[in-house]
Design a protein around this ligand. Structure first.
Ligand SMILES: *[C@@H]1O[C@H](CO)[C@@H](O)[C@H](O)[C@H]1NC(C)=O
Ligand SMILES: *[C@@H]1O[C@H](CO)[C@@H](O)[C@H](O)[C@H]1NC(C)=O
Ligand SMILES: *[C@@H]1O[C@H](CO)[C@@H](O)[C@H](O)[C@H]1NC(C)=O
Ligand SMILES: *[C@@H]1O[C@H](CO)[C@@H](O)[C@H](O)[C@H]1NC(C)=O
Ligand SMILES: *[C@@H]1O[C@H](CO)[C@@H](O)[C@H](O)[C@H]1NC(C)=O
Ligand SMILES: *[C@@H]1O[C@H](CO)[C@@H](O)[C@H](O)[C@H]1NC(C)=O
Length: 246
C-alpha cells in the first residue's frame, strides 16, 4: 500500500491572554521561574477556569501526566508516548470529562486484548518497524482500534473498544484522512499523539463577530465553541477575549 507519511513536530505556542480578560479568577499562565507559557480562553490552570489544565513545576502544560502540544480553536493535541505499563482504564482520563473527548481521528494501539482488533489501514508490523517500537509481550499480538465509519462524527465511540477486553493501552496515532470515511488512505499520521476535541458547557456565549457551533457527543449536545468571523482574530468568547479586527 502506498502510504505517504508526513510527520511534523508541534511546539507549544499559544496566543497570549489579554489583560482585559473578564474571567479574573482563571490563571492562564504557567511559569517555571524562567519563562512562561500561556493558554487561550477557555483553558487555564486554576479553579476558576472553564477547562482546567495542569501546570507542572517545569512549566509544562499538562492534562494529568500528559503534555499538551498544541491548542487550536477546536482541538488540543496531547503527547501519548508508547508505554507497555499503561492500563486500559487510563482512557477514561480523556473520555470521561465534562469539557473534552477523544476525536474519531485517533487510532489506538493496544495489547493483551481478549478479542483481536485489527481496524487500522496501516499494518501493525509496518508501524512497529517504522518506529522501531518494542513489543510489550512477544507472545501476543498488538491490536489496533479505529472507528469503522466515523463519517459525520467528531468523537470516537469507545463502545466496541470497551468490549474487546484490552489490558494495555500502548499508544495512539493521530490519523488525518482525505475524504469521508476510514476506507480512504491516511495522508498524515502523527505517532504517539492524541487529538482531543474541546467545548465550553452551557448556552452559546460568543462575541457579536463570531459564530457559535454546538458540539455533540453521541448525538447529545454537550456545549459549544466560538469562531471569529473572517477578518477578525481572537478566541471568540464573550467571557474570553472575544474577536478583534485584524
Ligand atoms: C497547531 O496545529 C495547527 C493545526 O495542525 C497548526 O497549523 C499549528 O501550526 C500548530 N501550532 C503549533 C504551535 O504547533
Ligand atoms: C474571584 O475570587 C474571589 C475570592 O475567591 C471571589 O470573591 C470573587 O467573587 C471571584 N470572582 C469571580 C468573577 O468569580
Ligand atoms: C465517568 O466516571 C465515573 C466515575 O469514575 C463513572 O461512574 C461513570 O460511569 C463514567 N462515565 C462514563 C461516561 O464513562
Ligand atoms: C502475554 O500474552 C499472553 C497471550 O495473550 C498472555 O497469556 C500473557 O499473560 C501475557 N504476558 C504478560 C506478562 O502480560
Ligand atoms: C464527502 O461527502 C459529501 C456528501 O456526503 C460530498 O459532497 C463530498 O464531496 C465528500 N468529500 C470527499 C472528499 O469525498
Ligand atoms: C445549539 O443548540 C441549542 C440548544 O439545543 C439550540 O437552541 C441552538 O439553535 C443551536 N445552535 C446552533 C448554531 O446550531
Amino acid at each position: 500500500m502506498l502510504l505517504h507519511l508526513l510527520f511534523f513536530s508541534v511546539i507549544l505556542t499559544i496566543t497570549s491572554p489579554s489583560p482585559t480578560s473578564v474571567q479574573t479568577n482563571c490563571t492562564r499562565v504557567c511559569s517555571d521561574g524562567r519563562g512562561t507559557n500561556s493558554v487561550p480562553y477557555p483553558f487555564g490552570f486554576s479553579d476558576g477556569c472553564e477547562i482546567r489544565l495542569d501546570c507542572t513545576a517545569a512549566g509544562q502544560t499538562n492534562v494529568g501526566t500528559y503534555n499538551v502540544q498544541n491548542i487550536t480553536s477546536d482541538h488540543m493535541m496531547v503527547n501519548f508516548p508508547a508505554n507497555c505499563d499503561r492500563e486500559f482504564e487510563q482512557i477514561q482520563l480523556f473520555n470521561n470529562n465534562s469539557n473534552f473527548a477523544i476525536t474519531s481521528r485517533n487510532a489506538f494501539l493496544l495489547e493483551d486484548c481478549s478479542s483481536n482488533l485489527n481496524d487500522c489501514v496501516i499494518s501493525i508490523t509496518r508501524i512497529e518497524n517504522r518506529f522501531n517500537l518494542p513489543r510489550c509481550n512477544r507472545s501476543s499480538s498488538m491490536s489496533c482500534y479505529l472507528e469503522e465509519d466515523s463519517a459525520g462524527e467528531d468523537f470516537l465511540s469507545l463502545k466496541r473498544l470497551e468490549t474487546a477486553g484490552c489490558r494495555v493501552l500502548f499508544s495512539s496515532v493521530m490519523v488525518g484522512l482525505i475524504g469521508n470515511n476510514s476506507r480512504t488512505l491516511p495522508v498524515t499520521m502523527e505517532f504517539q499523539l492524541l487529538e482531543l476535541g474541546w467545548w465550553v458547557r452551557g448556552d452559546c456565549g460568543c462575541d457579536g463577530n463570531a459564530v457559535c457551533r454546538n458540539v455533540s457527543v453521541e448525538n447529545q449536545r454537550v456545549g459549544y465553541r466560538c469562531y471569529c468571523n473572517e477578518g477578525y482574530a481572537g478566541d471568540g468568547f464573550i467571557a474570553g477575549d472575544g474577536c478583534r479586527r485584524g
